[in-house]
Every structure is written in C-alpha cells, then in structure tokens.
Design a protein around this ligand. Sequence first.
Ligand SMILES: Nc1nc2c(ncn2[C@@H]2O[C@H](COP(=O)(O)OP(=O)(O)O)[C@@H](O)[C@H]2O)c(=O)[nH]1
Ligand SMILES: [Mg+2]
Length: 321
Amino acid sequence: MNHNGQLVEGVLKGDRRSIARTITLIENNPSEARKVISKLYSHTGKAQIIGITGPTGSGKSTLIERLVKELRRKGKSVGIIAVDPSSPFTGGAFLGDRIRMQKHSIDGKVFIRSMATRNSSGGLARATRDAVRVLDASGKEVAIVETVGAGQSEVDIRKIAHTVVVVLAPGLGDDIQAIKAGIMEIGDIFVVNKADRENADASVIDIETTINMSWEKKKWRPPVIKTTAAKGEGTTELLNHISLHMKYLENEGFDKQRRQDVETELAEAIKQKTTDSIIGELKRTGELEELIGKILAKKTDPYSAADTLLKERLKGFKTRT
Ligand SMILES: Nc1nc2c(ncn2[C@@H]2O[C@H](COP(=O)(O)OP(=O)(O)O)[C@@H](O)[C@H]2O)c(=O)[nH]1
Ligand SMILES: [Mg+2]
C-alpha cells in the first residue's frame, strides 16, 4: 500500500497520527491531499459540525473546552480545529489554547489541531473544510471549528458548519457595534460570555434587539445565551440549543443549502484545476513570458490575451467567459 493508502486506512480507523499527518498534508501539499480527501469523501457527512466564532478574547477557546468536557461526559468523540490567522505557531493565544486543551487530548476520543494562515486566497478556507472532513471520516461524532469572526478571517464558517455560534463578551464597547454589522447574519446562536461581568444583561438586550430587527418570522430565531465559560456556567443550555438547531436543520431546507455548497465547491475545484493546468502549460512552453511581454508592450491586454488563450483550449464549451 502506498503512503496515501496508509493515511486513508489510518484515518478511517481513527488513528490520531494518521489524522494529524493528513491535516499536515492538507496544509503543505494541497494537490497530494486532494487524493486522500477523494478517498475519504464517501465516509464523511456523519459528524455534527459546530462553528464557534467571534472576536479575539471573547472566550471562545474557554467555552470550547467546557463544551468538549460535556460532550465527553455524554460519550461523544470530538475533533477541534482552531483557525487563528493572527497567531501561527509562536502566538501566545495558540500556546494558551494548546496548554488548556491538552487536558483533553490525553483522552483518545478528543483530537485538537490548530491551523494558521499560510497561503492566501481561499487556501485556508479549503484547508479548514478538508481538515473537518478528515475528522468526520475518522469517526468523530462532533467537529468544532474555532474561527475569529466578522471579516477578520477568510474562512466562511457558514459554509463549513451546521450550526454557527457567535461568542461575544460584554465590555467590548464600541467594538460590539462594529462586530455586529458583520456578525449578526452569520449566527444561529449568540452567546454573551463573561456573564460574570456586570453589563452582560445590557449586551443580551442589545443583541436581542438587533435580532428582532432582522429576523424573518417562521425562520429559526437565534437565541441569545449567557455563559460564564470560566466557571462552566451556561454550557449545558448552549449545547441544548445547538441540538435544537440541528433538529431545525433536519426539518428545514438543509438539503437545499448543501446542494448550493456542493455547487460552489465543485465550481472552485474546476477553477483550480483549469487554472493550474493552463498556467502550468503556459509556463512550460514559455508562452506565459511571451504574453506578459506583449501585454507590457501594450500589443495586447490581459483580457484579450485570456480570451484568445481560452478560445483555443476550451473548444466545445459554449458559455462565454
Ligand atoms: N471573567 C471571565 N473571563 C473569561 C471567561 N471566559 C474566558 N475568560 C477569559 O478571557 C480570556 C480570553 O479567553 P479565550 O478563551 O482565550 O478567548 P478567545 O480568544 O475567544 O479564544 C482568557 O483570559 C479567559 O480566561 C468568563 O466567563 N469570565
Ligand atoms: Mg481562542
């Protein structure tokens, strides 16, 4: 069996080293990783995927630690992917997360992994989605993805998670206003963490008011839950609401959403593949250099050059690009 085959077998057995290596492959060698993901794909779709997002410092990691504890108590296996674009491997927050989470990783039913921004333009989003698939295929019943919210991350957590939990904290002041603009549409559940602070109730009312303005009747109405993650308070209620949301999804337009996601992903894969092969060939033949020269000399322009190139190579496709 080749190396990829061993990885696939290992992941399917839930072997943590294979899971870790596959995620490393996803980060470092996307084209090789695609082969592994292709083999794992039919084994995915079973895990419940929860996105935890919100500004740095609101208590996401602390909350996740509590959720994991409760899920473990219920006997569920859990995988966690922490995406933190601001802190790669030297970041304090990352180390803090790691040390706190370590308690759980001793337990064989919990897998924790952090991912950092490496290659831009969709790279991290794709890597995160595929990493979640690895956890799913490995048999983790719940996969939790931690991301920094509101336009600060290129990862669109809505496209990855079944349920998106937005974690805010009182006392973020004006930040809350700015954050709310981008974050209100993405939350299925809102959490006001650090409820031990005095202005927690004001934050809850504030968020409730905002939800009431945008919420369309008959649709899921995002609940607002107070938690004190530091003490483990409110986490049971949060888990209950996550389950309720999952039930809601099972009854409502869930499939339609997934169709849309698959279409987007397929389109992305086609784009990637065609771009890679066309650019690759142009580089090999030296045509790319030649074209760049012509564009620089104003003999042609990037649009016309692309049109001419594609006309030849995409014969048979009727749609104009
Ligand atoms: N007072 C208070 N502090 C908390 C609570 N939850 C987390 N914190 C603290 O807030 C800081 C940021 O927490 P962290 O989980 O790393 O936030 P993240 O950046 O959103 O992942 C840490 O110092 C936590 O100990 C809470 O419920 N109450
Ligand atoms: Mg964190």
